[in-house]
Write a protein that binds this ligand. Structure first.
Ligand SMILES: *Cc1c(COP(=O)(O)O)cnc(C)c1O
Length: 460
């Protein structure tokens, strides 16, 4: 028997990739200001920058692309999406959006005021950016184990419920327009949240009258990890678990570019009719009419089908085993990572791998630049470039606890040989780790600087 699930698909269309020479990589990275987001994708060999919108669609999804209804209002594609939405999430109201952040923008525009506080286990970058853009203050209240890379807690994405209560009492529930929970916790290692924890968080928010919105990007991976790890769920389907999760919330938003297996799309859902009316007005102003919200009919059709494929158990077993396979390869090579493997990505602990580079010189940036130079592999820094910010009161720089490099695995795209290559490249880098230098930022915008900042290597 094979030690891991075999891909539950075969390949019908191929897209060539090419490894350019070390000199060309050096030149490409210099031209990009050492920001991997600024590279041309064609200069990348294995692209693990993100799992967002980078998946392969199935033949069923491509067929739906052809039968999409492009009517401006009331398209058949919208009703197909609404059917999937109702069956899986069960919210009374939803609007399609072009991405997750469009849903975040609408929610934050309507609810967040200057000085508002928004708690979560951990906000992701776009959520944090949208809250801050409205003058709000995001707060991360994940359990302490999340900050211990080697802790093997099965649900490291859990919210610390005691911290949440203390936080609500301190800032006052009237200053919290909504509370959130990110499943799985992308900024903290792609770690899942247990159903027991989701229930406990829901009860606390309810007790204080705070609307509870789930950031649902990877809800299917989270549901499958609940099935594998949480007592009492082994015989439940991912769909049943998902329904139970969302029954505990007042609303949700999602980037469909993750677990809905599409290249573009998202939604914002609620049970509150009055809020839905305000959301619709905002949507019409910024995204489009309520039955398309920034998507074409074919996009909605692909999403309606992709939502179901993302919940398929054979797919999820393969998906999570593939991530774990890469994790095991890195582990065997002695590369420090967040343990255990995340759902969609493996997170290399650059802080531990490059202990000679301080927070202020961006160890995650140093490692991701080196990974590209060494093997044409693109990853993303999730550390001080992304999350360091000056304290609003003292102005002193506040650094995140972990300096990570995320190797995100696109869905249904790369084979095991690709992942072996990535592991081998990192193993080679480990031998030269002491020689890697830090970076300084030469220019950056105020918010979400990791996308466009420019860097220069610090020699020596
Ligand atoms: C991707 C992501 C978002 C934002 O979604 P986009 O579609 O990229 O705008 C929000 N939250 C989490 C947890 C994500 O992973």
């Amino acid at each position: 028997m094979c030690a891991y699930p075999v891909e539950p698909f075969r390949i019908k269309t191929v897209e060539p990739i090419r490894l350019i020479t070390p000199e060309e990589r050096q030149e490409a990275l210099r031209r990009a200001g050492y920001n991997l987001f600024a590279l041309r994708a064609e200069d990348v060999f294995i692209d693990l920058l993100t799992d967002s919108g980078t998946g392969s669609m199935s033949q069923e999804q491509w067929s739906r692309m052809m039968s999409g209804d492009e009517s401006y209002a009331g398209a058949r594609s919208y009703y197909r999406l609404a059917e999937s939405m109702q069956a899986i999430f069960g919210f009374e109201f939803f609007v399609p959006t072009h991405q997750g952040r469009a849903a975040e923008n609408i929610l934050c525009t309507l609810l967040v005021k200057p000085g508002s506080h928004v708690p979560s286990n951990m906000h992701f970058d776009t959520t944090e950016g949208n809250i801050r853009a409205r003058g709000g203050i995001p707060e991360n209240l994940v359990i302490d184990e999340a900050y211990h890379p080697t802790s093997r807690h099965p649900f490291k994405g859990n919210m610390d419920v005691d911290k949440l209560r203390a936080f609500i009492r301190r800032v006052g529930p009237e200053n919290i327009p909504f509370g959130s929970l990110t499943i799985t916790n992308n900024a903290g290692g792609g770690q899942p949240v247990s159903l027991a924890n989701i229930r406990a968080v829901s009860e606390v928010y309810r007790e204080y009258g705070i609307p509870f919105f789930i950031d649902a990007c990877r809800y299917a991976e989270n549901a499958y990890l609940i099935k594998l790890r949480e007592p009492g769920y082994a015989n439940r389907t991912p769909l049943e678990i998902a329904r139970e999760i969302f029954s505990l919330a007042d609303g949700a938003w999602m980037s469909a570019k993750k677990d809905a297996l599409v290249n573009i799309g998202g939604f914002l859902a609620t049970r509150d009719a009055a809020l839905y009316e305000r959301i619709s007005n905002e949507l019409i102003l910024r995204e489009g009419f309520v039955t398309y919200g920034g998507l074409s009919g074919r996009d909605m059709d692909a999403m309606a089908t992709g939502l179901w494929e993302g919940l398929d158990e054979n797919y999820l077993a393969y998906r999570l085993a593939q991530t774990e396979y890469l994790y095991n390869q890195l582990h065997a090579a002695g590369i420090p990572t967040i343990e255990p493997a995340g759902g969609h990505a493996v997170y290399v602990d650059a802080g531990r791998m490059l202990p000679h580079i301080p927070h202020a010189e961006f160890p995650g940036q140093a490692l991701s630049a080196a990974l590209y130079l060494e093997g044409g592999v693109r990853a993303v820094e999730i550390g001080s470039v992304m999350f360091a910010h000056p304290d609003p009161e003292t102005g002193e720089m506040r650094y995140p606890e972990l300096e990570l490099v995320r190797l995100a695995i696109p869905r249904r795209v790369y084979t095991q040989a690709h992942l072996d290559y990535v592991a081998a490249t990192l193993a080679q880098l480990k031998d030269q780790a002491g020689k890697l230098c830090g970076y300084k930022i030469t220019s950056a915008p105020a918010l979400m600087r990791h996308f466009t900042a420019q860097f220069a290597p610090l020699e020596g």
